[in-house]
Design a protein around this ligand. Structure first.
Ligand code: PEP
Ligand code: MG
Length: 592
């Protein structure tokens, strides 16, 4: 019997291979004391292990810088700071001096205390710090116990799917994409530091599976789909067939990517469709280009702040934005202002604990309350407008007042740039993401203050249906084909058309072929998606007729249930697109 586990898609790619259980864990430390006469030597031993760990982390940082870049290497800063943090160092020394415990036992106790303190909250920022703390414990304790360094993976078997409770950034950068086909973990979110690294290393990953380590055993066959966040253990013959078909199709496409990238993005009956890419890291801009993106529809800028101990400086931000703009000299680049809160918490902001972070201090609400953070970002983006068609996109806007405030801040920063003689393009566009039912229903008013809308269905679906997007237990209820969502999409498209502003969509719905068909039918002709999906979706666009999409969308708008919406779309799309290879959760679970 195959076991199907759904988690969160953290890094693209679909692979099959044998399970390799990775025990990246804290070693057992015996309870031992030392003679009071050697306390100073024991403290010295602790300092030696600490310095050794710092040197190792700096090496890992250097490797990361070489392999991935300066920005990614910053992920290790919090660990280095922690190793010098008085709460760690003084606390450990106190246990050695006062209780005569061994250095390893003292360090372990101090770290467990900190872990217990931090674990009382469920905030992702703190969870990330726990992950960093665990990484340090593993490293320092192995050193003090005289064990072999566990991050030395030279003996790791090849062609495996690594299954672990969780990973840490320093281990992830050691994983060799030549040997590791994929990563599946019980814990973690898309924005966990190591998941960001896995994406940069192009190792497919599914996180937050809950219990994959309990179900999996060494050498077991597994299929991992990092595109939809699914892992199948002991796959059945039909799972294997579906996998082979899908992989062959994707492989075939890989060969065709360069050709497809050059083709026009236009339906059979002549409707042009703008296809752009969503990126998290500047290095992805090149992939987006080679996959045929005509611009960047969503640049998530949170990578600049998540896991960082200090606020990113203007110059660093400017360089990151400029590099993406320069990758698309002829295309538009939509830079989204910081979408913090929800499931992304920078360390330096000291965000309060909230019961419902997705309904809390998030995105534009944070930025307007933190002018220093926001103004620095706005200045950096304004400076980047001098290097291309850079547009400013504001997330989670609920009403016009927020847009007014952003515009006022921009005007002040423009004035300051002029005063300083720093170039920027004053003709840039400012728009908002439509991510709440409030924004969708109030779109007519918002349209009077914006140059464009970009619909973020990942959030719009969660807020419309009151279904937490990160709750895997509710994955079946998280349905973008719900009639209420379809009606809101229609409303926003209609209003934008009437107001004469561009509307695009950058949620994951755009990367689903049925979603594409629906959106084109609703006259949303600009789509942005994770870059690996671009060739597939361009093929869908080229294989369908806008007239069919419109007529299916009309029927879908009158459909009473999600199932009926999907049926209308399936009937409309007919055989023009082979949907069996798109094993997205929605298309898998829906009737054919
Ligand atoms: C969305 O909400 O659809 C979106 C694209 O933004 P994010 O997934 O980053 O919240
Ligand atoms: Mg969003």
């Amino acid at each position: 019997m195959s076991i199907v586990l759904d988690g969160a898609a953290a890094s693209e790619g679909i692979v099959s291979g044998k399970v390799f259980l990775l025990h990246w864990g804290v070693p057992a430390v015996p309870h031992e004391t030392v003679d009071p006469s050697i306390v100073d030597a024991e403290i010295e031993r602790f300092h030696e292990a600490r310095q050794w760990a710092k040197a190792r982390i700096r090496e890992v940082q250097e490797v990361t810088k070489q392999r991935l870049g300066q920005v990614e290497a910053q992920i290790f800063e919090p660990q280095l700071l922690m190793l010098d943090d008085p709460s760690v160092v003084d606390g450990t020394i106190r246990y050695i001096r006062e209780n005569y415990l061994t250095a390893q036992r003292s360090f372990e106790w101090r770290m467990l205390e900190l872990q217990a303190m931090w674990s009382r909250t469920s905030q992702p920022m703190v969870l990330d710090r726990l992950n960093d703390l665990e990484d340090l414990m593993i490293r320092v304790l192995h050193r003090l116990l005289g064990h072999h360094d566990p991050s030395d993976l030279a003996r790791e078997p090849s062609s495996v799917i690594v299954v672990a409770r969780n990973l840490t950034p320093s281990l992830t950068v050691h994983l060799d994409p030549e040997h590791v086909l994929g990563i599946a973990t019980d814990l973690g979110t898309r924005t966990t530091h190591w998941a960001i690294l896995a994406r940069s290393l192009e190792i497919p990953a599914v996180v937050g599976l809950g219990s994959v380590t309990q179900h999996a055993h060494e050498e077991q066959e597994a299929i991992l789909d990092g595109r939809v966040g699914r892992v199948i253990l002991d796959p059945s013959e039909s799972d294997r067939n579906a996998f082979r078909k899908r992989q062959a199709r994707l492989k075939g496409w890989e060969g065709e990517i360069a050709v497809i990238a050059e083709q026009e993005s236009v339906t059979l009956d002549g409707q042009p469709v703008a296809l752009r890419a969503n990126v998290d890291l500047p290095v992805e801009a090149e992939h987006a280009r080679s996959h045929g993106a005509e611009g960047i529809g969503l640049f998530r800028t949170e990578f600049l702040v998540v896991g960082r101990s200090t606020m990113p400086r203007e110059q660093e931000q400017y360089e990151a934005y400029r590099s993406v703009a320069e990758a698309f000299p002829e295309g538009a680049v939509y830079i989204r202002t910081f979408d913090l809160g929800g499931d992304k918490f920078p360390m330096f902001l000291h965000m309060p604990h909230e019961e419902n972070p997705f309904l809390g201090w998030r995105a534009i609400r944070v930025c307007l309350d933190e002018p220093e953070l926001f103004r620095t970002q706005l200045r950096a983006i304004l400076r980047a407008t001098a290097h291309g068609d850079v547009r400013i996109m504001v997330p989670l806007v609920n009403d016009v007042e927020e847009v007014r405030q952003v515009r006022a801040l921009l005007e002040e920063e423009e004035e300051a740039l002029r005063r300083d003689g720093i170039p920027f393009n004053s003709g840039y566009k400012l728009g908002v993401m439509i991510e709440t039912p409030a924004a969708a229903l109030d779109a007519a008013e918002l349209a009077r203050h914006c140059d464009f809308f970009s619909i973020g269905t990942n959030d719009l679906v969660q807020y419309t249906l009151a279904v937490d997007r990160t709750n895997t237990r509710l994955a079946k209820l998280y349905n973008p084909f719900h009639p209420s969502v379809v009606r809101l999409l229609h409303q926003v498209a209609r209003v934008s058309r009437a107001a004469g502003i561009e509307v695009s969509l950058c949620g994951e719905l755009a990367a689903n072929p049925l979603g594409t068909f629906l959106l084109l039918g609703l006259d949303i002709h600009a789509l942005s998606m994770a870059w690996p999906s671009l060739p597939e979706i361009k093929k869908v666009v080229r294989d369908i007729r806008i007239a069919d999409a419109r007529s299916a969308a009309r029927k879908a708008l009158a459909a009473p249930t999600s199932q009926d919406v999907v049926r209308c779309l399936l009937d409309g799309i007919g055989d023009s697109v082979d949907l069996t290879v798109f094993s997205g959760r929605w298309s898998l679970s829906l009737p054919r």
